[in-house]
Design a protein around this ligand. Structure first.
Ligand code: FAD
Length: 623
């Protein structure tokens, strides 16, 4: 047994974070941490990367997250985007629920084998000089001063080592040893139903990228997971079904696709498994040094393709908080919010995948779906869109709770945006605190080019962002008559009061050890169309004023988000256009994982930011 002297520092902040498991969740956690400047070491008991496809679908929310780490494009290039399932019954195809109307930059699901996702994550980590330590198995751990000592065993030689770490993150899958070591119970049930999964090369015109084939014996799903004709097929495999072999599975699939034919499919792999629906009773050890993510924390049916997507988002949620605490930007209490926030999401995912599984297994439900399908097209958009945004994980919302990093609206904000609806019934929750910060298209005023807010977020993924919405309609006319815009419209400017409020807000942002990164979004300027990047000359007065006065802060101009966003502008989506009181501009604070932390009026921002962020972020002066 050897102790690594290089990591044997007395200061926990010099020790790395140890991640157990190089599945998609462990790799995602490592990427977020290393991009935030935290040293990581990943130990994986397999001797080499997996070639199994397993998770074959990446949803819009995961793609948005991966886009902030510059990975979405590579994954899309390697996979097959699809916008809905085709339902096939008795050889007749009809379109099912589509997802092309979801409000995301990625209005599709990406068919992509887990091996590809892991390869692309590994390549990105290698660019940061992080290489998985293959062939090392986590055995146990002990608490030490300000850290953890981790016992590992070499799988091929039985050599054992001990490594010290600031934190230990167990991403070691459903049978997690780390989970057991922190005394977490895996609570839930085993579903008495087996699912058979088969990866095949099929060349059939009648099969779309994503199809559900209805048959009285059981539903059959097919997703094209790799370029070419490589499909993932999954179907129910009841207790009375024959023993699963390549031959029996192909025979069953051929029967279930009848009257369509399957000509000489090439089976790449096949397996059957029993579904478990379980969630860990706790995600964190008593001393706040050991955490679990992904399948180690929750397992459920693969229906709806939620497992890996949820796990990777667990990883991001934990990793940005861990980086803040590791660098001394935040108090350790912040880490407890990982469990508070993500257990709620896991419970929702268990319910969703459970109900989708019952569709696969219940002939009665399949019949009802068959009847409802023709009606889907006639359903109101808000119903079909909510359904699709839920499965795409865009509706995830975190609770507003103690030590969580999202805060309830201030009374001033609520008053300013109050609608006539009693008790806020039907209130639009888009971009409310705790929900996803919708990524919008804007015009970069300095470059006169169209861009997305996510490119600004990605510039410093680990920091909070402060978006100051400046309402053009609430500015004042320039007194000097010569300052008309080229288009003849009178130029406007920000009053001295507003400039003072901005100054005070930016000062509040700078008060923290990890400053909040600010940006302006000027809205209310009439842009000709959704595509235009030409900012009307009348707005140049305000833009110039902001550039001159706040040279380091990027200025964006709001634009119409197009048809998929119901032709709303960013300020509309963020509900700033509803701030009714005059001279009130708005401020949003966005978390590093692109969820809304808080929103407020500019006039109250300098104080409100401090009141809220003081509970999670440490000030420059704090020791
Ligand atoms: C057939 C199938 C289809 C699926 N389809 C989808 C889908 O379409 N979409 C979706 O989102 N999800 C899907 N899932 C679920 C998805 O595969 C999992 O949720 C995902 O793999 C979880 O990732 P993870 O990193 O948490 O765990 P894993 O991928 O299981 O990785 C855990 C890693 O930890 C390693 N490990 C375990 N113990 C130790 C130890 N003691 N020491 C060191 N290393 C250890 C393992 O070798 C493994 O590499 C599917 C699952 C299956 C089985």
């Amino acid at each position: 047994m050897s102790i690594d002297q290089t990591t044997n520092s007395s200061s926990s902040s010099k020790r790395p974070v140890i991640i157990v498991g190089a599945g998609p969740v462990g790799l995602m956690a490592a990427l977020v941490l290393v991009e935030a400047g935290v040293p990581v070491v990943i130990y994986e008991r397999n001797l080499r990367p997996t070639t199994e496809w397993r998770a074959a679908a990446l949803h819009a929310r995961s793609l948005e997250m991966l886009a902030r780490h510059n990975l979405a494009e590579k994954l899309i290039h390697a996979g097959n985007p699809f916008t809905g399932f085709t339902f096939i019954k008795n050889g007749r195809s009809q379109p099912g629920l589509t997802i092309d109307m979801i409000r995301s930059e990625f209005p599709f699901t990406l068919g992509c084998g887990q091996d590809t996702t892991e390869r692309i994550l590994n390549e990105q980590l290698a660019a940061h000089s992080v290489h998985v330590q293959w062939g090392w198995e986590y055995v146990s751990h002990d608490s030490i001063d300000d850290g953890i000592s981790v016992h590992l065993k070499r799988v091929d030689t039985d050599e054992t080592i001990v490594r010290e770490a600031a934190y230990l993150v167990g991403c070691d899958g459903a049978h997690s040893k780390v989970r057991k070591a922190i005394g977490s119970q895996f609570i839930g049930k085993r579903i008495d139903y087996r699912i058979a999964v088969c990866d095949m090369e099929i060349d059939e015109d009648w099969l779309s990228t994503a199809s559900f084939i209805q048959h009285r014996e059981g539903m059959l799903g097919a997703i094209r997971a790799h370029p070419g004709n490589q499909y993932r097929l999954f179907t129910t495999w009841g207790a009375d079904a024959p023993e699963l072999t390549k031959e029996t599975l192909v025979e069953t699939i051929k029967r279930r696709v009848h009257p369509h034919k399957l000509h000489e499919p090439r089976v790449l792999s096949c397996s059957a498994f029993t579904v478990n629906e379980r969630r860990a009773s706790r995600y964190m050890s008593d001393d706040g040094r050991v955490f679990i993510c992904g399948d180690a924390a929750h397992v459920h049916s693969p229906a709806g393709g939620q497992g890996m997507n949820t796990g990777m988002q667990d990883a991001e949620n934990l990793a940005w908080k861990m980086a803040m605490v590791y660098h001394g930007f935040s108090r350790p209490e912040l880490l407890a919010s990982y469990e508070t926030e993500r257990t709620v999401i896991a419970d929702d995912v268990l319910k969703l995948s459970g109900s989708l599984l019952s569709l696969l297994t219940s002939p009665m439900k399949q019949m009802i779906v068959g009847w409802l399908l023709p009606l889907i097209k006639r359903m109101p958009l808000f119903i079909t869109r909510t359904q699709s945004e839920t499965t795409s994980q865009l509706c995830i919302a975190y609770p507003i709770a103690k030590h969580c990093s999202s805060f309830a609206d201030s009374p001033a904000w609520s008053r300013a945006t109050a609608s006539w609806l009693p008790f806020g019934w039907f209130a639009d929750r888009t971009c409310a605190p705790g929900t996803r910060a919708v990524d919008c298209q804007v015009v970069d005023a300095a470059r006169r080019a169209c861009t997305r807010m996510r490119t600004f977020y990605a510039a410093n993924n680990s920091a909070f962002k402060g978006i100051l919405f400046i309402d053009y309609g609430k500015t004042e006319p320039c007194k000097d008559a010569t300052t008309n815009g080229d288009d003849g419209a009178g130029m406007r400017r920000l009053s001295a009061d507003v400039i003072e409020q901005i100054d005070a807000t930016l000062e509040a942002f700078r008060a923290y050890k990890l400053p909040v990164m600010p940006a302006f979004v000027v809205h209310g300027v009439s842009m000709d169309s959704a595509e235009t990047v030409e900012v009307p000359a009348c707005a140049s007065g305000i833009i110039g004023q902001l550039h001159n006065r706040f040279a380091d802060v990027p200025v964006f101009v709001d634009m119409n988000q197009g048809q998929r966003y119901d032709h709303r502008t960013m300020a509309d989506i963020y509900q700033c256009s509803r701030v009714k009181q005059r001279q009130q501009h708005a401020v949003y604070i966005i978390r590093p994982d692109a969820y809304v932390a808080m929103r407020m009026l500019l006039s109250e921002a300098a104080t409100t930011v401090r009141v809220h962020l003081d509970t999670i972020c440490l000030k420059q002066s704090a020791v």
